[in-house]
Design a protein around this ligand. Structure first.
Ligand code: AP5
Length: 215
């Protein structure tokens, strides 16, 4: 099954993708995580990503599509994937269609998480991520099991993401409204299901599972 988890910054795409991986048995493919990993290596490509990510602008399609294409060819994605943060432009959506078409696959479901802007700011400002393994927490809603320690890898470097400042979040949200939200129209009404993303993590997971099990 190929599923897109769609929604504005901070809607809970990454959090929910991790649960859905176990349920659907397919990997989460997060272009944001892949770019952060590349940035960490200090490569020229990582530096190019950083120019855009640090200001909240979308990375140019040519760079992102190449990255996605390589990832989609990996063995663990042979039976499907959960796309988190991709596609974000119409060009990315049409490229994904043709990549999947070449594999005799198509997008089966677009789960669109709806969360109001005030909640996005609250969620993003309280997010902390583990510098070692990337696990995300929220200081109030999903705190790490022991203060200052990552529950996944035991790391002690829980930090705020560099693009989680208020001004950068505003730019990311503006990019979402201008360039990403309109691509929902690219997918037919049968494929797109809107899910209320305002409940607790568990409540949202339950809603997503009920949509998936009804398919
Ligand atoms: P990316 O990493 O994709 O960021 P994003 O889309 O802005 O999404 P976030 O990671 O901020 O939010 P999320 O929805 O995953 O929320 P999360 O689950 O973490 O992209 C970053 C940058 O990379 C972009 O700005 C761009 O520059 C570049 N980029 C990436 N992909 C690109 C592409 N395809 N094309 C071009 N450029 C690209 O949750 C947020 C917080 O809320 C966490 O603290 C979490 O614990 C908490 N939380 C989650 N759910 C709940 C809940 N139900 N209740 C309470 N708290 C919750």
């Amino acid at each position: 099954m190929d599923v897109i988890l769609f929604g504005p910054p901070g809607a809970g795409k990454g959090t929910q993708s991790k649960f859905l991986e176990g349920v659907l048995g397919v990997p989460q493919i997060s272009t944001g995580d892949m770019m952060r990993a590349e940035r960490k290596t200090g490569s020229d490509l990582g530096k190019q990503f950083d120019q855009y990510m640090s200001s909240g602008l979308l990375v140019p399609d040519g760079l992102v599509i190449g990255l996605l294409e390589t990832r989609l060819r990996m063995r663990d994605a042979v039976g499907g994937a959960i796309f988190d943060g991709f596609p974000r432009t119409l060009a990315q959506a049409t490229s994904l269609d043709s990549m999947l078409g070449g594999l005799s696959r198509k997008i089966n479901l677009v789960l669109s998480l709806e969360v109001p802007t005030s909640m996005i700011v609250d969620r993003i400002s309280g997010r902390r991520v583990c510098l070692d393994c990337g696990q995300a927490y929220h200081v109030r809603y999903s705190p790490p099991p022991a203060t200052g320690y990552c529950g996944s890898c035991g790391g002690t470097r829980l930090v705020q993401r560099s693009d989680d400042t208020e001004s950068v979040v505003r730019t990311r949200h503006a990019s979402y409204l201008a360039e990403t939200l309109p691509i929902l129209g690219h997918y037919g009404g049968q494929v797109v299901v809107t899910v209320d993303g305002t409940g607790s993590v568990q409540e949202v997971t339950e809603q997503l599972l009920s949509v998936i099990s009804a398919r």
